[in-house]
Design a protein around this ligand. Structure first.
Ligand SMILES: [Fe+2]
Length: 200
């Protein structure tokens, strides 16, 4: 959407809204419901997103850190995806919500069939695949709804918005064929932070 007026709901409003939900110490399912509403509102008019956070790479999808809660309760990211770029299968160990600023993403979700007692092994089964487009959201809700892979299966650049309920600096990556689980450090492309581009 593009009009001459200022967006009525920008990043600062979004961050404040999430903070207010968390201040109430709501259950994760309530957090996801309310953050999803705010995410749709923020993504409906993307003029708040600066050009420097729309920069991608032909070599990897690019994670721009937009906000880190001073109390480490959540982070907000913009991810830029060239056609064909996709994550491996991974988990999060926190709640999360994803919305689309530009174009669409495919999300493939997995159920864990083993008992989770081995840190280095998981038996996964694909549960569903969904195309998430503008106006739509996807969510992560541990312990059973938080393993997925996402990627840009279209032929245009995608920009997505992500909020996670912790400073997501490490995830587990899953090999569905061998069952191997590998912890992986992750980074941001954020000039202010001095971090290098993130690649997995
Ligand atoms: Fe994810």
């Amino acid at each position: 959407m593009s009009t001459a007026s200022t967006p009525t709901f920008g990043l600062a409003d979004y961050v404040r809204t999430i903070g207010e939900v968390l201040d109430r110490r709501a259950a994760n399912r309530v957090i996801i419901r309310e953050v999803s509403v705010a995410t749709k509102q923020l993504c409906a008019d993307d003029r708040w997103l600066e050009e420097r956070f729309r920069v991608g790479s032909p070599d990897y999808y690019t994670r721009h850190l937009l906000h880190r809660d001073p109390n480490n309760r959540f982070i907000v990211l913009a991810l830029v995806w060239a056609p064909g770029q996709m994550t491996p299968i991974h988990d999060h160990s926190c709640w999360g919500v994803m919305g689309l600023i530009q174009n669409s993403l495919e999300e493939i979700c997995y159920d864990r069939l083993d008992d989770g007692k081995r840190a280095d092994y998981a038996k996964l089964e694909q549960s569903r695949g969904t195309d998430v487009g503008q106006g739509g959201v996807a969510y992560l809700l541990p312990p059973f709804e938080e393993i997925h892979r996402i990627g840009n299966t279209s032929n245009k650049q995608t920009i997505s918005l992500h909020v996670y309920g912790r400073d997501l600096d490490e995830v587990n990556v899953f090999d569905q064929v061998t069952g191997k689980v590998s912890p992986m450090r992750i980074k941001y492309y954020s000039p202010e932070c001095g971090d290098v581009p993130f690649v997995i």
